[in-house]
Design a protein around this ligand. Structure first.
Ligand code: G6P
Ligand code: MG
Length: 218
């Protein structure tokens, strides 16, 4: 039986993955490094600092940035991102998500947010979803980000749940890798191309149904 549900936030609960993309894209353009949605798949689920490194690597030229300059770029991206998310509200909860959260709660299964984002608590608050989540992983305390399993094992450990009895819901390639590395049941929301390793995959959040997940969980 399922002992815990651990949800990614950006791109699963709400479409902030799109805002992360817009903010990174704008920063990339300032650096003369442009990219599209294909490359962005490699940024999903990945920490702020690592995302910047991947963009710089894509640029394939040594900009010779110091650690201070990199930190300033990360801060700039985050300021832009915070502007983009300022107006989000419960109407921005993705289709099907609140029904799923209700069903999991009704089944008495604890739920956590396992996101790499240090903005996660503020977003959950704006979406007015605090009542569903028993725990939000503190991204600032996770030492190894996705695809490392740590984000998810921290949540499972909080509940005292063995990893094999946890279900994780993810929209990112790195997130599915992290769940599989943790030995958890990985539910993917998105394309077969980037989420092929998921144990169960749907194309969009409205297709996420509690009964269907329980049925496939083994
Ligand atoms: C999530 C998102 C990433 C983002 C990361 C860090 O994993 O999918 O796109 O880079 O969180 O978020 P933060 O809000 O702390 O910059
Ligand atoms: Mg995500």
């Amino acid at each position: 039986t399922i002992k815990a549900f651990i949800f990614d936030l950006d791109g699963v609960i709400t479409d902030t993955a799109e805002y992360h993309f817009q903010a990174w894209k704008a920063l990339g353009e300032e650096l003369g490094i442009s990219f599209g949605r294909d490359f962005n798949e490699q940024l999903k689920g990945v920490s702020r600092e690592e995302s910047l490194e991947r963009i710089l690597a894509l640029g394939d030229r040594d900009l010779g940035l110091s650690e201070e300059e990199k930190a300033a770029l990360c801060a700039k991206k985050n300021d832009h991102y915070k502007q983009l998310i300022e107006g989000i509200s419960p109407k921005d909860i993705l289709p099907g998500i609140e029904d799923l959260l209700k069903d999991v709660k009704a089944a008495g299964i604890p739920m956590a947010i396992g996101s790499a984002s240090r903005n996660a608590p503020a977003i959950i608050e704006k979406l007015e979803l605090n009542g569903y989540f028993d725990y939000i992983v503190d991204a600032g305390k996770v030492t190894k980000g996705k695809p490392d399993p740590e984000t998810f094992t921290v949540a499972a450990d909080h509940f005292g749940a063995d990893y094999g009895s946890c279900v994780g819901v993810e929209d990112a390639h790195a997130g599915i890798e992290a769940l599989k590395a943790a030995g958890m049941f990985a539910v993917g929301v998105g394309s077969e191309e980037s989420l092929g390793k998921a144990d169960y995959r749907v194309d969009s959040t409205e297709q996420l149904k509690f009964d269907a997940i329980v049925q496939r969980f083994v």
